[in-house]
Design a protein around this ligand. Sequence first.
Ligand SMILES: Cc1cc2nc3c(=O)[nH]c(=O)nc-3n(C[C@H](O)[C@H](O)[C@H](O)COP(=O)(O)OP(=O)(O)OC[C@H]3O[C@@H](n4cnc5c(N)ncnc54)[C@H](O)[C@@H]3O)c2cc1C
Length: 352
Amino acid sequence: MHIELLAYTRPNPALNPAELSGVGDLATIWNGQSTYQENIIEYAGRVCYRSTHRMGTAPGFISARVREGHEDIIEHIVITLRIRGSDDPLRWRMLNRHCEVTQDVDGSWIVSGNTRVWLDFLRRGIATEALSVLYAIAPNVYTEYADRAESISVEPITPESIVDLSILHPAEWEGMRVTLLGYTQPMLTDTESRTHHGSATFLFEGISRACTHQLVRHRLASFSQESQRYVDLSKGGWGAIVPPAVAEHPEAKARLDEAWDYLQETYRELRDMGIRKEDARFLLPNAAETRIVTTMNFAAWSHFLWLRAVDKAAQWEIRAMGQRVLEMLYGIAPDVFAEHWRVYVEEFDGGA
Ligand SMILES: Cc1cc2nc3c(=O)[nH]c(=O)nc-3n(C[C@H](O)[C@H](O)[C@H](O)COP(=O)(O)OP(=O)(O)OC[C@H]3O[C@@H](n4cnc5c(N)ncnc54)[C@H](O)[C@@H]3O)c2cc1C
């Protein structure tokens, strides 16, 4: 079996630490002490525990999460390999449906999987030929195989030239922020293959639990969301997302503020009575602000965008979020998202 690395999640070229110093805590990603890919994994984990300020302080953070089974965080980095001289990838797909396997015109197999999928393969004793490549990209995910990995360096995958990097800057809308953390886009010739093997990872902030509950219904995706089980209100609390229709209605807004204050106060009282966070959180309503890291391949994003970004039936908050996603995905993969873009421009004036 011959293995060739085609692509892996790379940083959004429009993000750089100097420019991001005032944009939430995004700049902390570069405090990570490993590859950018592992820094995304650690950041996703720390979003869950609201501990991004501790990025890079615990070298064993990723391997500890993997050991304890908190493995969603290792789903945010996707690696695509070309396999020649074996039909094994067909069996791999049967064993783990979370990978994408297609055949290229020359008969070789293209296999995309996130680092969790590849870890699953290694644990099953398959795809072991890929170990050294995987280890070079995300050593802390594969620590249990460290003694078998050869020390190699992987070539950085050259980005295609994106004409206008400004479209990839974090997008803000009414307190919501959408940031493309990274993406992968193997250089494959046909659009269908690029749809299945391309993927993108976003950070969504300043959105409600009502919004993320809709988001997480999309099953062909990976999510790492701030935990209401582990994060206490005393760590800064949660804001309430206020729907524009309520914000514009003084009486309704006053009632919402009153209810929100009452719930926060009662949360504190329950905590003072010794009630655990996981139980006190039963008081938190759909308005509770949250943030979430989300990864999907382009095929899943495409489905999501049809339902949530360019359909007037979609709820306002997730639609606004989806439209920011569409603007960025169209920027990096215009052929894959051309139809969504056409509808967006025709039906929504391109967000104008
Ligand atoms: C306007 C609107 C109103 C909605 N109202 C409600 C509501 O009232 N109540 C409610 O519960 N939900 C509601 N939903 C959620 C909706 O039913 C879906 O759960 C959600 O949009 C996820 O989309 P999906 O199931 O098409 O695909 P995803 O989960 O994104 O999966 C993508 C595709 O994979 C395939 N797929 C994935 N898993 C399976 C599976 N297990 N079996 C077969 N095929 C699969 C399907 O082809 C699917 O389209 C609403 C959604 C919208 C957009």
